[in-house]
Design a binder for this molecule. Structure first.
Ligand code: NAP
Ligand code: MG
Length: 437
């Protein structure tokens, strides 16, 4: 039997089979540089996270395991050169191989277009990949014992499941120049007359927006949440605003409820409870809750509340993220962005102290999933050791600047980006040697 930090069973003896833990330990070569059977799709990114990304790869991954990385450079310069084709190529590769790991990337706005002399403001790579994989994003805080959450009642992780398709992220919006009528028109594809809904009769300038979602995407969102909750054994909350948006939000509530009913036997057997709440009620309840729940959120709510939950648990640098597609593809990343401010310091040659934990957990998440699919427990062991080393370092009071006042007792000094990674490397090397001894 192989256990993780929370004493959850990772591999039962049947799965380990002939490669029992003892024989893995004794088979020097395998443990020295275990091989990842199937390629992992690697998506490189931008700014400070790109700097950290290559350090993690060079110091903590490649020296320890043998892995073929299908590399796609999603850095803003290469997206511009390829007219963003590289993003779609990467999305297809994730669908093909099943597991990807992604560095944070710039979503350019007009300021970034000037800064990087881009041909245009290319769309968000995350939105492109999410739309292609029709995935749901799950964000989970990475917990260290010496970091007390800002909300006293939070004892266990609160996982945010963000519906990753549609709503305002696929909106058509415009500035209404002056008096006139804005309508929504539905033209049936086959027979039937168009149906028109008046949105507003403007007496002066204003703004308007049309948004949409599809039953298929809502249902696959609900299914992904159910699968995730079953695998993590957490209760599920779903919240929306169906009292106001009776049709749009009401439809989400209805379809989500139907998918839950369809799996009620499995959920009951696993002791998982489902609650529907109004979004404002859910926010209030959350502040009194001990955690250990999967909070399924509509796209915008998930965007906003994942940042709230992340900072409530400590730092953005301690929040991991995975995109799960209904076809069984997984993409792991950190929840934070490219940490732009730190990058400008780095460019000036100043020391930085950027937390690499969420990026490291993106790598370990991808390796763990690959190991589960390939049935290679030695890769799971490696991922576990890397995570343990990183968390144990924080728990011993060695931290980056963002955590200095969050840990108790507060740290007196902090590590630079590089020295922190070096300490993880040293700890990992010790653990690997101990395992082989
Ligand atoms: P950010 O990268 O999330 O960082 C915002 C602030 O949070 C940082 O300035 C820093 O605060 C703190 N922070 C975040 N991650 C940290 C870490 N690992 N260690 C220490 N502190 C951390 O957001 P941003 O700098 O405003 O955005 C930069 C770019 O990221 C944007 O172009 C945006 O499009 C992109 N973005 C990408 C993704 C993605 O690819 N998944 C997600 C979000 C944003 P202090 O400065 O106070 O130290
Ligand atoms: Mg956000």
């Amino acid at each position: 039997m192989l256990f993780d930090r929370d004493k959850k069973i990772l591999f039962a003896d049947e799965v380990l089979g002939s490669v029992s833990l003892v024989s893995i330990m004794n088979s020097g070569i395998t443990i020295m540089k275990p091989k990842v059977k199937t390629p992992i799709v690697e998506l490189d990114g931008d700014e400070m996270t790109r700097v950290i990304w290559s350090m993690i790869k060079e110091k903590l991954i490649l020296p320890y395991i043998d892995v073929h990385l299908e590399y796609y450079d999603l850095g803003i310069a290469n997206r511009d050169v390829t007219n963003d084709r590289v993003t779609m190529d990467a999305a297809r590769a994730i669908a093909k191989y099943g597991v990807g790991v992604k560095c944070a990337t710039i979503t350019p706005d007009s300021e970034r277009v000037k800064e990087y002399r881009l041909k245009k403001a290319w769309p968000s790579p995350n939105a492109t990949i999410r739309a292609y994989l029709d995935g749901t994003v799950f964000r989970k805080p990475i917990i260290a014992k010496n970091i007390a959450p800002a909300v006293r009642s939070w004892q266990k992780p609160i996982i945010i499941g963000r519906h990753a398709y549609g709503d305002i992220y696929k909106a058509v919006d415009f500035v209404v120049p002056g008096p006139g009528t804005v309508s929504l028109v539905y033209q049936p594809a086959q027979l039937g007359m168009p149906i028109s809904f008046k949105v507003h009769e403007f007496e002066g300038p204003g703004v308007a927006m049309g948004i949409h979602n599809t039953d298929a995407s809502i249902r696959s969102f609900a299914r992904a949440c159910i699968e995730y909750a079953l695998s993590e054994k957490t209760d599920i909350w779903f919240a929306a605003k169906d009292t106001i948006s009776k049709n749009y939000h009401g439809h989400f509530k209805e379809l989500f409820g139907e998918e839950i009913s369809a799996r009620s036997a499995d959920l009951e057997a696993a002791g998982i409870h489902y609650r529907y709440m109004l979004i404002d009620d859910a926010v209030a309840q959350l502040m009194k809750n001990e955690g250990g729940i999967l909070w399924a959120c509509m796209n915008y709510d998930g965007d906003v509340f994942s940042d709230m939950v992340a900072s409530g648990f400590g730092s953005l640098g301690m929040m991991s993220s995975v995109l799960v597609s209904p076809s069984g593809a997984f993409e792991y990343e950190a929840a934070h962005g490219t940490v732009r401010r730190h990058y400008y310091e780095y460019l000036k040659g100043n020391p930085t102290s950027t937390n690499p934990i969420a990026s490291i957990f993106a790598w370990t998440g991808a390796l763990r999933k690959r190991a589960e699919l390939d049935k290679t427990p030695e890769i799971t062991i490696f991922a576990q050791q890397l995570e343990d080393t990183a968390i144990e370092l924080i728990e011993s009071g060695v931290v980056t600047k963002d955590l200095i006042n969050l840990i108790s007792p507060p740290a007196k000094s902090f590590e630079t980006t590089e020295s922190f990674l070096d300490k993880i490397d040293a700890g990992l090397a010790r653990k690997r040697t101990a395992l082989q001894a």
